[in-house]
Ligand binder design. Structure first.
Ligand code: URA
Length: 211
C-alpha cells in the first residue's frame, strides 16, 4: 500500500506560535494558550476535506441552499495525557465533534505501550477519526492507539501532532500506511531517552506544569 501523506502545516502563524512554545522560558500558562491557538490553526488544515451537507436556510432576503459540516460524524481521539492540549484547540473550531480518549503508558521493562483506558463514543462505524498527540516521537503509542481505534471500524483516521521525529513518522507509516499525518514541524531526531531534538521538552509537563 502507498504511504499516506505527511502534511507539514507551514503557515506563518503556526510557525510563530511553535517557536514561542519551544522556548524554555515560556510559562505553563502561555504554553497552554499557544497550544490551544496553534491546534485550532492545525484543525483548519486537517479539516479541509470534511464531508458537508446542504441545508435550506432563510436569509433576511431569500431562501437558499447552503453547506454545513457533518460535525457529529467527526470523532476526536485524545491520546492521554498530552493529547488534551490539542483536543481543546480542535473543539474550539468543531464544538459538535464527539470525543474519545485512549490512555497508554510505556512498560519500563518491555518498552511496549500498555493500554489503561479506552472510551469511545457509540457508533464508531461511520465516523471520521482524528487522533491527536502533540509529540510523535518513537511512534509506539501512536501505532498502538491507532491499532486499537481501528478495531472500532471508523470510516477514516488521521493523526495530528505538533512535532514529529523522522523515526516516529517511519514507524507510524510502516504500521499504518493508510493514516495521513499532520504536523507543525518535523524535527531532527530522537535522543537516547526518546525525546525529540530540538523539540520542546515533555509536552505533558509543559501543558500541566508538572515535572
Ligand atoms: N514526548 C514528549 O513529551 N516530548 C518528547 O520530546 C518526546 C515524547
Amino acid at each position: 500500500m502507498d504511504r499516506a501523506h505527511v502534511t507539514v502545516v507551514e503557515h506563518p502563524l503556526v510557525q510563530h506560535k511553535l517557536t514561542l512554545m519551544r522556548k524554555v522560558e515560556t510559562s505553563t500558562n502561555n504554553f497552554r494558550r499557544l497550544l490551544n491557538e496553534l491546534s485550532a490553526l492545525l484543525a483548519y488544515e486537517v479539516l479541509r476535506d470534511m464531508p458537508m451537507h446542504e441545508v435550506t436556510i432563510q436569509t433576511p432576503l431569500e431562501t437558499m441552499q447552503s453547506g454545513l459540516i457533518d460535525g457529529k460524524k467527526l470523532c476526536l481521539v485524545s491520546i492521554l495525557r498530552a493529547g488534551s492540549g490539542i483536543l481543546d484547540g480542535f473543539l474550539s473550531v468543531v464544538p459538535g465533534a464527539r470525543v474519545g480518549h485512549i490512555g497508554l503508558y510505556r512498560d519500563p521493562e518491555t518498552l511496549q505501550a500498555v493500554e489503561y483506558y479506552f472510551k469511545m463514543p457509540p457508533d464508531m462505524g461511520g465516523r471520521d477519526v482524528i487522533a491527536v498527540d502533540p509529540m510523535l516521537a518513537t511512534g509506539h503509542s501512536a501505532v498502538a492507539a491507532i491499532s486499537r481505534i481501528k478495531e472500532t471500524n471508523p470510516r477514516s483516521i488521521k493523526f495530528v501532532c505538533l512535532l514529529a521525529a523522522p523515526e516516529g513518522i517511519e514507524t507510524l507509516q510502516n504500521a499504518h500506511p493508510d493514516v495521513p499525518i499532520f504536523t507543525a514541524a518535523i524535527d531532527r531526531c530522537l535522543n537516547d531517552h526518546g525525546y525529540i531534538l530540538p523539540g520542546l521538552g515533555d509536552a505533558g509537563d509543559r501543558i500541566f506544569g508538572t515535572k
